[in-house]
Design a protein around this ligand. Structure first.
Ligand code: FPP
Length: 256
């Protein structure tokens, strides 16, 4: 595995523990080259491979990516089936090297509506990497932030559990990790598009014009440097934060 270049080696203390990414811009990347949209998604898988490696090298312990949203079903049928095929192919091709790098895969999202072939692929990849602990990679597939809140609330109601911020957090599809510290969106749009709506309450947001297939370790480093410069106040004043009263403010911010 070739080492990627780090423009800004970051002290571990100022690294986000959880980076989330809306990987946007695959279609435009392909269109600029007169290629079918699915070629952009294929190149997107290559970009994802590089970013996973960069996170492992830098010591980021959790990465969550938005691979297929609840709304993506409304895309042309050939693009939807292209994305399904790509996931299954990428998993069978990538799992051995993810395994070697200590990456554990999770697939937060709604399994209903996915074909048995896709569900089997997800479950096998999650099972085969379940013992790894260097990086947790959440590939959010058929995921939507609103779906997640509703399914969590429904589950608690069915079990007769009172809904509080804590119980609801614990019932979401990302309950196995802390909330994202940094949420990056590539592709130039300035919105969250129904990604981690509940979990991103206090995430630092970084938007870049870079199209996802062009996003590499150097682009990641720019986002990490931007994150390191941000002052996170969790609703408090700068003075309170400087005085060390961080406990109450971060009570609602979970870190697994
Ligand atoms: C948004 O770009 C991207 C997606 C809908 C899919 C993201 C998927 C990948 C990066 C590939 C990795 C996926 C798997 C299956 C592991 P867009 O198509 O909306 O781009 P546009 O805004 O330029 O049209």
């Amino acid at each position: 595995m070739a080492a990627s270049t780090s423009l800004h080696p970051m002290p571990v203390a100022s690294l986000p523990r959880h980076v989330a990414i809306v990987m946007d811009g695959n279609g435009r990347w392909a269109q600029k080259r007169w290629l079918p949209r699915v070629a952009g998604h294929k190149q997107g898988v290559e970009a994802l491979r590089g970013v996973v490696r960069a996170c492992v090298e830098r010591g980021v312990p959790v990465l969550s990516v938005f691979a297929f949203s609840s709304e993506n079903w409304s895309r042309p049928a050939e693009e939807v089936s292209g994305l399904m095929d790509l996931l299954v192919m990428a998993l069978s091709r990538e799992v051995p090297s993810l395994e070697k790098s200590g990456v554990r895969l999770h697939f937060p999202g709604d399994r209903s509506g996915l074909s048995p072939r896709v569900v089997q692929g997800l479950e096998a990849a999650a099972r085969d990497t379940a013992h790894n602990d260097t990086l947790i990679l959440n590939v959010c597939f058929n995921y939507g932030g609103r779906w997640d809140v509703v399914q969590a609330a429904r589950r608690l109601a069915q079990q007769g559990i009172e809904i509080t911020e804590e119980t609801l957090s614990g019932a979401t599809a990302l309950a196995h990790v802390g909330d994202p510290d940094l949420l990056i969106r590539t592709g130039g749009e300035l919105r969250i598009s129904n990604f981690l709506l509940w979990q991103a309450a206090y995430s630092e947001l970084v938007f870049t014009d870079c199209l996802w297939p062009d996003f590499d370790a150097a682009e990641l480093d720019l986002a990490l440097s931007e994150f390191a410069r941000r002052e996170r106040r969790f609703g408090q004043t700068s003075e309170q934060r400087a005085g060390g009263d961080t406990e109450s403010a971060e009570a609602g911010q979970r870190h697994a």
